[in-house]
Write a protein that binds this ligand. Structure first.
Ligand SMILES: NC(=O)c1ccc[n+]([C@@H]2O[C@H](COP(=O)([O-])OP(=O)(O)OC[C@H]3O[C@@H](n4cnc5c(N)ncnc54)[C@H](O)[C@@H]3O)[C@@H](O)[C@H]2O)c1
Length: 369
């Protein structure tokens, strides 16, 4: 199975790109990238875990695909590497590799959201922007961070606070990489996967409910079906609202207002991103139910699926007040007016502003252990 999904961006047309999805296709990456005619030299950015598993085959594929020179830069695995320190070190290595600007470099990021976001930011800023391709290897990378063009590093205690939009020229997904991904990372990606069911695809939600045990194995046949569906939803949304300006892309933020607040209130250590987003989706569901917008039965289905995927439905390790305080820093809140993406049924969400604080507090409190 090889699927190609297109992200169509507004003019200039050459910013549109393809997302290639398949199994066992890492070995063909080099030729596919070379055929795009973006350059002759590959600079691979990956992390220490992914490098051990896929670094060599990726470089071999680039050489066999016709790239003249290849180099790789390996960061320490983990969120701490998404920093300005890593940014400066890699820019230095890239500068050395460039031989006084004589090379035609294409950056390839290989790994999850950390090498992806960092590598995209490096590509978008080196010489005011050079081509890059994303090769995600986590489920979160496949369904979310591998596409869309948001790149960034963290600064002090603020996540993704320094970054730019910089679109990849190709996203290349060998989903067999899931076979080596630790279960907790798979579960983290499943939170974003089920999010797509809630915001726009009730049939996807049904399918995930029916196959929840297979998703944890992981059963690759199930992922072959699910990943392209999620990619298509994100590709369509980002094509319609590349820069988050039209209240379309904002729907991807379902569960993220409370989720980000939970990550901050627990010091970014207790929960993975997906675990925090699961709790955030339940809090948004609770708010929506309280406002009479979301049925009890639908909230129950959401909670059940989250629980069956081994994701948390109860929150611990922080106070209600710290979650509420952290929420106030959400980028969607303007001049003290809050803004949430609330589910109205399985398959549809809406933006709601100015929700009474006591309603939000009640929904957070109901999730505490
Ligand atoms: N740009 C976006 O639109 C976007 C969207 C969502 C999240 N993000 C960002 O993504 C990051 C989180 O992404 P992530 O969860 O992919 O993190 P990650 O890159 O840290 O990967 C998680 C862990 O899995 C390991 N790993 C990766 N692929 C593997 C494989 N195939 N087999 C074994 N181990 C593997 C990594 O080494 C790491 O330890 C955060 O920084 C978040 O801000 C970005």
């Amino acid at each position: 199975m090889l699927k190609t999904i297109k992200v169509k961006l507004n003019a200039p047309a050459d910013r549109s790109y393809s997302i290639v999805i398949g199994r066992g296709i890492l070995k063909n990456a080099g030729k596919t990238v070379k055929d795009l005619g973006l350059g002759n030299d590959i600079f691979l950015i990956t992390d220490s875990n992914v490098n051990c598993l896929y670094g060599k085959p990726a470089l071999l594929s680039f050489r066999q695909g016709g790239f003249k020179t290849t180099a790789s830069c390996v960061i320490k695995a983990g969120e701490d590497s998404k920093s300005l320190d890593s940014f400066i070190k890699i820019q230095g290595a890239l500068y050395n590799f460039d031989r006084n600007g004589n090379r035609q470099i294409v950056i390839a990021t290989l790994g999850g959201g950390v090498p992806g976001d960092l590598g995209g930011f490096i590509a978008g800023t080196y010489k005011r922007g050079i081509s890059f391709i994303q090769m995600p290897t986590t489920l979160l990378g496949f369904v979310d961070c591998g596409l869309g063009g948001k790149t960034a590093v963290n600064f002090r205690d603020a996540k993704n606070s320094i970054g730019i939009f910089w679109q990849p020229r190709l996203v290349y997904m060998d989903i067999d990489a899931l076979k080596t991904l630790p279960l907790r990372e798979i579960q983290s990606g499943l939170a974003e996967t089920l999010k797509y069911g809630v915001i726009s695809d009730p049939a996807l939600f049904d399918y995930l409910e029916f196959n929840s045990d297979k998703l944890l194995v992981p059963d690759m046949a199930v992922y072959e079906r699910v990943i392209p569906i999620c990619v298509k939803i994100k590709a369509d949304i980002t094509s319609a609202d590349e820069r988050d300006e039209k209240d379309i892309r904002i729907m991807l933020n379902f569960g993220h207002t409370a989720g980000h607040a939970i990550e901050a209130a627990t010091g970014y250590r207790k929960y993975t991103h997906g675990e925090a987003i699961s709790l955030g989706m339940l809090i948004a569901g609770g708010i929506s139910k309280e406002l009479g917008l979301f049925r009890d039965a639908d909230l129950f289905r959401l909670e059940n699926l989250i629980e069956n995927l081994g994701l948390p439905v109860k929150l611990s390790g922080c106070k209600v007040s710290s979650v509420l305080e952290a929420m106030k820093h959400d980028k969607k809140f303007k001049s003290g007016v809050n803004r949430f993406i609330l589910p109205v049924k399985i398959g549809a969400c809406k933006v709601v502003d100015n929700i009474p604080e006591k309603v939000i507090a009640k929904a957070v409190k109901s999730r505490m252990v």
